[in-house]
Design a protein around this ligand. Structure first.
Ligand SMILES: NC(=O)C1=CN([C@@H]2O[C@H](COP(=O)(O)OP(=O)(O)OC[C@H]3O[C@@H](n4cnc5c(N)ncnc54)[C@H](OP(=O)(O)O)[C@@H]3O)[C@@H](O)[C@H]2O)C=CC1
Ligand SMILES: CC(=O)[C@@H](O)[C@H](O)COP(=O)(O)O
Ligand SMILES: [Mn+2]
Length: 385
């Protein structure tokens, strides 16, 4: 029986993964090694009981007793804290869904890679802050990384067996998020509630706000560079309000292959779960006649300065990705806590990048998890200040 683990099971991507496992037969179809979560102990315990997980882990030490009580009599081990998270991720599993939000997903993701198997990667922050480390782990441990971010899954699927040398460029689409059509002068007053709605996708709050600021797309451009080893000039962004086309691959022969689908993450997660086989999934087929038309616009960098920052990060290389991600996470925390305005986030991240560019070693790829987390901590402190 295939062994699986889901890191971040209680979140939006994680719960979609659990839904697919449940529909495939749950504990009678898969042996569930580890399920992890954060603060949502009731949900974590319920999932772990249902799927008869070997271990359930909360990231928070202080919630261990609550998790133990919720799992009493179930036979599921309970554990807590960041070390326990990495230890659970390191237990043998053939397939691990990396769906923790933020740089907190990096250490458990690397631990899962070290034990081999497939890492189905939704946690884009890992590739943004530690692309070189993940590539190294892929080579060293014999692990396979499959993309779960919808655009990267779309590129992967559109590429098929084609050689990257035949590819002129790839295009990642962006919905434009909550404020796509707002007048620019209104953006400074955008509230957290307004930024936390998405026109097409149901997702966690953080990525939803990142969609509105376009930091999500900025991260995805860097993710595409790291995942597919493409240079920045071969990765384009196109605003596509309907979120039906997720990505396109354009070849030197003039052909463009697009990947289309309903905005439902169970497609990308299920594709990675069943890869290399295409199994049926509970995802609605497209009715293009009902949709009628698909529209496109060029991205406006005045509205979305994060896109320009992504290009600068890719040009800088080295620790820039780790600094960019951490400064963005801190700026997002500050926006959510109403300490800064929506429009303050990009200038804050840009200021941190400029300030830390002068630090020794900034131009070198961080060569260990500790080195990445040192840059991460420094960037957060700078952004908070
Ligand atoms: N949502 C989506 O459709 C998509 C998401 N992604 C990416 O997937 C990842 C997950 O996103 P999403 O599911 O929306 O996020 P959610 O906020 O919905 O879920 C995040 C998960 O991570 C857990 N978590 C939060 N903080 C920590 C921490 N410090 N340590 C360990 N675990 C933690 C949460 O636990 P708890 O809730 O119990 O506190 C939850 O299980 C992100 O990297 C995102 O960018 C990519 C493409 C699409
Ligand atoms: C589902 C997914 O992959 C998200 O990253 C999505 O793409 C967000 O939508 P935006 O296009 O608005 O960033
Ligand atoms: Mn995406």
């Amino acid at each position: 029986m295939r062994r699986i683990s889901i890191l971040g099971a209680t979140g939006s991507v994680g719960a979609n993964g659990v839904d697919l496992i449940r529909r495939a037969g749950g504990a009678s179809a898969y042996r569930v090694t580890a399920l992890t979560g954060g603060r949502n102990i009731a949900r974590l315990a319920e999932m772990a009981r249902e799927l008869r997980a070997e271990v359930a882990v909360t990231a928070h030490d202080e919630l261990l007793d609550e998790l133990r009580q919720a799992l009493a009599g179930s036979g599921v081990e309970a554990a807590a804290g960041s070390n326990a998270l990495a230890e659970a991720a390191a237990r043998p599993a053939d397939w691990t869904l990396s769906a923790i939000v933020g740089a907190a997903g990096l250490a458990p993701g690397l631990a899962a890679m070290a034990q081999g198997g497939v890492l189905a990667l939704a946690n884009k922050e890992s590739l943004v802050c530690a692309g070189a480390l993940l590539r190294g782990a892929r080579q060293a441990g014999g692990a396979t990384i499959l993309p779960v971010d919808s655009e990267h899954s779309a590129i992967f699927q559109a590429l098929g067996q084609d050689d990257l040398d035949s590819v002129k460029d790839v295009t990642i689409t962006a919905s434009g998020g909550a404020f796509r059509d707002w007048p620019l002068e209104r953006l400074a007053a955008a509230t957290v509630a307004e930024a936390s709605t998405h026109p097409n996708w149901a997702m966690g709050q953080r990525i939803t706000i990142d969609s509105a600021s376009m930091f999500n797309k900025a991260m995805e451009v860097i993710e595409a560079k790291e995942f597919f080893s493409l240079s920045s000039d071969r990765i384009k962004v196109l605003v596509h309000p309907e979120s039906i086309i997720h990505a396109m691959v354009t070849h030197h022969d003039g052909g463009t292959i697009a990947h289309l689908g309903a905005p439902d993450m169970r497609h990308a997660i299920g594709y990675a779960l069943n890869w290399p086989v295409r199994a049926p999934l509970p995802v609605a087929a497209l009715d293009l006649a009902a949709i009628g038309s698909l529209t496109f616009r060029a991205p406006d960098e005045r509205r979305w300065p994060a896109l320009r920052l992504a290009r600068e990060v890719m040009a800088a290389g080295g620790a820039a990705g780790a600094v960019f991600n951490a400064a963005k996470e801190q700026a997002l925390d500050d926006f959510i806590a109403s300490r800064i305005r929506f429009t303050d986030m990009a200038p804050r991240v840009e200021a941190v990048l400029s300030a830390l560019a002068a630090e020794p070693g900034f131009g070198r790829d961080p060569d260990s998890l500790d080195a990445v987390m040192d840059w991460d901590a420094l960037a957060r402190r700078k952004a908070a200040a």
